[in-house]
Ligand binder design. Sequence first.
Ligand code: 0RA
Length: 638
Amino acid sequence: MSESYSAKDIEILEGLEAVRLRPGMYIGSTGKTGLHHLLWEILDNSVDEAMNGYARTIRVTLHEDGCSLTVADDGRGIPVDIHPQAKESVLQVILTKLHAGGKFNNNNYKTSGGLHGVGSSVVNALSSDFRVHVERDGGVYEQRYSKGEPLSRVKRVGSSRISGTTIFFRPDAEIFGDIHFDSDLIRERLEIKAYILKGLEIVYDDRVAQTKETFRFDGGLSDLVTHMLAQNQVNMIQSEICTLKRDESQGSVDVALCWTDSNREQVQSFANAIPTPDGGTHEAAMREGIVRAARDYMESHDLIPRNVSIMPDDVRSGLYSAISLFIANPQFQGQTKGRLGNVEVRNWVVNAVKSEVSTFFATHAKAGQEIAKKIVLAARARQASRDAAENVLQGGKNAKRINLPAKLAECSSHNPKECELFIVEGDSAGGSAKQGRDRRIQAILPLRGKVLNAETAGSNKVFQNRELCDIANALGCALGKDCTLDHLRYHKVILLADADSDGHHISTLLLTFFYRHMRPLIEAGCVYIGQPPLYRVDIGKKTYWVLDEKERDAVLRKNHKKIEDVQISRFKGLGEMMPATLFETTLNPATRRLLRVEIASGEEDETENVVSELMGRDAEPRFKFIMAHAQEAQDLDL
Ligand code: 0RA
């Protein structure tokens, strides 16, 4: 760190006219993103001051008008002495000359992203009102600008025993129009900075919303990972988060990670305190280090079963992590500059992460065992899913198929568009359906007994379940993320169960399975619920098939004059219906009633809740859900 700062260290390179002429060249756009860029530039200067150990607190105030801000830090204060070449205050040089900043010749000076200290002059040029207030060397100094032009010299306006820099700015409406700052965006950015710069206090005073918040995280990235866990409502499967920090000649890296009971991977990465939502070399290197450490550990402790091979994806299943990297010249790439491109970070980051995570495993035996178990489970699930996918990958309806389930009564048509698969509860109902169906287009797959609950069973259980795999094989679809409709063999899948609560339960379990593991089928509108009648009502020579008591009573009311002629029979189940009757009432496309299963649009999140709530371990609400919806009669909103 250079303590021997002197005014001559500040280089002067260029004037400000160019900035107002082509603002887009300097801040990307003059829209919302560009507007906020101004704040990030000012903020990053204060963040740099904190990162180098001089500032402890940053205060950001969004003023009542919503389009002006103040950023204050308690750092050293921008120097105010006279610059020998420019013969004016260093403060004024920094605020009026592009590329002026004391940070360029000194490799030890850590900078956050953005324009590397070029920022404040650009912001000044693009602000209709810009005020700087410095406390330093016992004095208080102030100066005002408009559109980059000083309105006065730097003036000493008082004395002070503390130090710091306060900048007020209002972006020029001539350039940005009437856009306002987005408080949520600011808030999010400030919170993230506070996680990355452990211990830094950031106060956000939003005078539009009249709220004031303080962000300060003494646990740094570890606190961020804890926050990610809470946000996603997942739990870690180890007792403490693994953290590591390495300072090397090439830069520094800071990582926090843990494995969770979820199957998803969540990662947040940063380069020089700037978010890199699109990842990049640092994120990839961290992953590689983690995967290598986990594999080494599992191999050396004999934790990989003989028939299992561990892939990187298995290690990453349920992994929550955050990485913050600081290097001298970060290259931000991609359309939105959201990805780090520096390839030289790879080796040292991989090695640093691998060695620190290995140490974690070595010193946390219990966590190591749990994590290894989780990784093996993920590998098994992946293999089972791939096997299932391979089983069904050979061709569509026309192709010769070797994996059709033995119980499937196939139809003769090879045109999936007209083909229907009935999934029927029980062998006896299956038997009637086989006899009564239209053999040309209707195939029957009988199911035996209860179906596995796909909501509470793990994926690997599902992938190994005979009945559910039979369904997938008959349909010609893989399970999970490999599920596509490319080889779908029937464009209608019709669930057919008794009209009682057991039957409803089975349909619900099957729907849960489709929803969790073959969702594209539901999304394409291919899944239906068959509606067998519950009563046969004979009035004179006429026969009515009715779905429920309500319909039965309606029929009786309509025919009340001939009431002495009435015979009512209730079906105990599909199995006791004659094949011809079953066809007439339930199978025949001309006379049957079907409910199409849909995820109501705009309610996907809601559906997610309904499925996990109803198919969770509490048995009671399950069939209520399906009955309640079935009575809506037109569409079943799963
Ligand atoms: C140039 C040189 C020094 C500090 C700063 C700039 C500085 C800039 C900003 C912008 C916002 N807050 C800031 N705090 C400091 C070093 C001065 C020294 O060596 O004393």
